[in-house]
Design a protein around this ligand. Structure first.
Ligand code: NI
Length: 392
């Protein structure tokens, strides 16, 4: 019990330290150093990987056993914090407004707990502190550094400030959306605003293209499927009496099914080029794919729910979100489950007043330690069973 109190104090201090000194995606240099030091303090070995930021620790019980991973993300957002906490961000315009400081302290706590149980672990647990989740590409850097080689199951978490303490929410299958970004460059011919017949007006083209893009969702996708197409930036023109040469448009597409995701760029291109051509202009679509949708493995999701119940969580079914999560990249290679943990805040994720209740940290550390330990035991038993079953 003394240890529990000490551990909780340590994890709260870790979380506050990270909160006060947030770093943006791919710039988590100090954060990475701190995590390495905290892992070393706990006697946890660190994998030697070619990563600029981010770190993976490892706790091995039986070296011949299976490997599982538990994952936190470590980056912050370009948001100016508007809270009055004594540990509020000291970095202007940067804030842990998505609670990745919470995820980091939870997984660090799980690592400490697993280290105590090292002798009895039926394999290896990798504790993954991933950079650049917010830009959607940190998971790829971990995968290309071979940080998850031979990992057989992976678990990740996000906090949910709008959910109560003691609530764990997840679901089998689709959990979050596939996230893609697009840019459109429309080119016409600039001219005097008084003589439009001498030019090709790209603003007219843009003003037809934008509403027509919505017809993809309403007219070209099956009624039972869904997608979101949002235009979020338009830039054109400098003054009142000149028709500009070009228009720049940017936005995002969110989808849940891979088939739908794959067909949208082609449909957008047809509309964009068709409308531009009808004016005698040109348009170019640039597609920037982000993470696919998080697809939770049914068996591991059941397993994660079961362990959550054993740990005293109230388990709820989560509504799929149109937000993105680059944990999806891991799930393309490794079966696993992603879960939400209630942290009883008041404002949503990415809000400048976002906060969470720190009482949520320690129980979540226990949960992830137990989940990893029991997943190892489960995989170990499966291997034993298959050895017995396969005749020599
Ligand atoms: Ni997040």
């Amino acid at each position: 019990m003394v240890y529990e109190k000490e551990l909780e104090e340590k994890l709260i201090a870790v979380r506050r330290n990270l909160h006060e000194e947030p770093e943006l995606s791919n710039e988590e240099v100090k954060t990475t150093e701190k995590i390495k030091n905290w892992l070393k303090e706990g006697g946890i070995s660190i994998l030697d990987l070619p990563l600029k930021t981010g770190v993976i620790g490892e706790i091995t019980g039986s070296s011949s056993g299976p490997i599982v991973a538990i994952r936190a993300d470590i980056d912050a957002l370009p948001i100016q914090e508007q809270t009055d906490f004594p540990f509020k961000s000291a970095v202007s315009g940067v804030m842990h407004a998505c609670g990745h400081d919470f995820h980091t302290s939870v997984i660090l706590g799980a690592a400490y707990l697993l280290k105590q149980r090292q002798e009895r672990l039926k394999g290896t647990v990798r504790v993954l502190f991933q950079p650049a989740e917010e830009t959607g590409h940190g998971a790829k850097s971990i995968l290309s550094a071979n940080g998850l080689d031979k990992v057989e199951a992976i678990f990740g978490l996000h906090n949910d400030p709008l959910s109560e303490l003691g609530v764990m929410a997840t679901k089998e299958g689709i959990f979050s959306a596939g996230v893609d970004r697009f840019e459109i460059e429309i080119t016409g011919k600039g001219c005097h605003a008084a003589k439009p017949e001498e030019g090709i007006d790209p603003i007219m083209m843009a003003s037809e293209i934008i509403p027509r893009l919505q017809s993809i969702v309403s007219r070209e996708i099956k009624s039972m499927e869904s997608a979101v197409i949002s235009v979020t930036q338009i830039h054109a023109g400098h003054t009142w009496n000149v028709i500009p040469e070009s228009v720049y448009i940017e936005g995002t597409v969110r989808t849940f099914k891979q088939e739908v995701r794959e067909e949208i760029p082609g449909k957008m291109e047809r509309i964009i080029k068709g409308i531009a051509a009808s004016y005698g202009g040109e348009a170019l679509l640039k597609w920037h794919p982000g993470p696919p949708s998080v697809q939770n493995d049914p068996e591991w999701t059941q397993f994660a729910k079961q362990i959550a119940e054993q740990n005293g969580y109230k388990v709820e079914e989560v509504e799929p979100t149109a937000g993105g999560e680059d944990f999806a990249f891991y799930q393309q290679k490794i079966r696993g489950a992603f879960v939400n943990i209630g942290v009883a805040g008041e404002y949503g994720l990415h809000h400048p007043k976002y906060y969470l209740k720190e009482e949520a940290i320690l129980p979540a550390s226990y949960y992830f330690a137990n989940l990893a330990e029991q997943a190892l035991s489960h995989l170990y038993e499966l291997t034993l069973a298959s050895k017995v079953a396969s005749p020599k």
